[in-house]
Design a protein around this ligand. Structure first.
Ligand code: NAD
Ligand code: SER
Length: 330
């Protein structure tokens, strides 16, 4: 299913022989990134971690780790000989706006802890950013470089996180890299409280109920990406020679953009009777503050970024994979 092995041949072990730690690994991205990293670097070289206790049978190479606890991360680095951290632990836009103080604490102090430890232990770091760095004053196609005036706490932490990462790179020489992911669409794990969640939930409800009640209006248009592209972009960015990168923590990354209407029509090509209605909530405001689309020319030039999945391909993959998963559990 994934194509990244074409770009990054599988091999056992990392370049420096040290292991990889993934924080926030039980989330939408971590669930798939851990699988991909293990394919590339070997199961025993990738430790997944999150704040949640999990069932004993799934505990192999999984550790409970709260990223706001620096000592806990530090002891994992020492005990498991960690050389890279993919730092995914965060609160997203909707959850973050419900609890801005917690969002600030997890997103900022978690990242600060990881960067401080990266300086101390000479670690490489992947720290993702988001289209949420942009604010309502951004042009509809967001340029790579533009004043960043987000209106959500989540967006504020992402802007500050980019600046903090660039500070650790320029002042302390930490090799930290990051992408401004668009809204991600995947079928293995539901998203964890973002504004773009509607673009995933819609497929679940289309299959289970033939109907979805959407919390943003039909003309809402946002940058989106199928998870396979996002995982490949992550691996490609981390594999790129440092000298080829003109940016570090803030690459715009694009694949497709569509309105809710266009999404509905693509689902109706496979499920013709699919119905939609709307109950708009506070997330409309966050969606309206973000750009429709994103200019990723710098990523294309610096490390050859090219997306593979468009809306039609995404819809086919989502329905094909969700149908057996959801209908078997009904
Ligand atoms: P998610 O909400 O699905 O997963 C985040 C994980 O972090 C969860 O499993 C949660 O339990 C964990 N977590 C929360 N607090 C923690 C703490 N104190 N310590 C350790 N773990 C903690 O999020 P995701 O979609 O996988 O996002 C991962 C990263 O990618 C985030 O930085 C997010 O901002 C960024 N991103 C995601 C999207 C997207 O559409 N999914 C888009 C842009 C950027
Ligand atoms: N998908 C994320 C959100 O909606 C964007 O970073 O919060």
């Amino acid at each position: 299913m994934f194509k990244y092995l074409v770009y990054l041949p599988p091999h056992m072990g990392t370049e420096d022989g040290r292991r990889i730690l993934v924080t926030g690994a039980l989330g939408q991205i971590g669930t798939e990134l851990v699988i991909a990293l293990r394919e590339c670097f070997g199961n025993e070289n990738v430790i997944s971690s999150d704040i949640t206790e999990i069932e004993p049978e799934n505990q192999s190479l999984y550790l409970v780790c709260d990223v706001t606890n620096k000592a806990a991360i530090s002891s994992i680095i020492e005990e498991y000989n960690i050389g890279q951290i993919y730092h995914l632990a965060a609160l997203l836009s909707a959850t973050g706006e419900n609890n801005p103080e917690l969002c600030y604490n997890v997103n900022m102090n978690g990242l600060l802890n990881v960067l401080e430890l990266a300086k101390e232990y000479n670690l490489r770091v992947f720290a993702p950013s988001s289209i949420a760095v942009f604010g309502p004053d951004t042009p509809s196609i967001a340029p790579q470089t533009y004043p960043l005036n987000p209106t959500t706490m989540y967006g504020v932490t992402k802007v500050a996180g980019e600046l903090l990462s660039d500070y650790y790179h320029s002042v302390h020489g930490v090799d930290v890299r990051g992408l401004r992911y668009p809204g991600l669409i995947s079928w293995k794990m539901l998203p964890g409280g973002g504004t773009t969640d509607y673009a995933v939930e819609i497929y679940y409800d289309a299959i289970r109920k033939g109907k979805y009640t959407c919390f943003v209006n039909s003309e809402t248009k946002l940058p989106m990406m199928y998870i396979g592209d996002a995982i490949r972009a992550t691996l490609e960015l981390m594999a790129a020679p440092l000298g080829s990168l003109s940016l570090h923590s803030n690459y715009n990354l694009g694949a497709m953009c569509f309105t809710v209407n266009e999404l509905v029509n693509s689902i109706r090509r496979i499920i013709p009777n699919f119905e939609i209605d709307y109950e708009i909530d506070h997330r409309q405001k966050y969606a309206d503050s973000w750009p429709d689309s994103i200019d990723d020319t710098t990523a294309r030039l610096d490390w050859g970024w090219e997306p593979e999945f468009d809306l039609e391909a995404t819809t086919e993959i989502m329905i094909e994979n969700l149908k057996p998963k959801l209908l078997n559990s009904m």
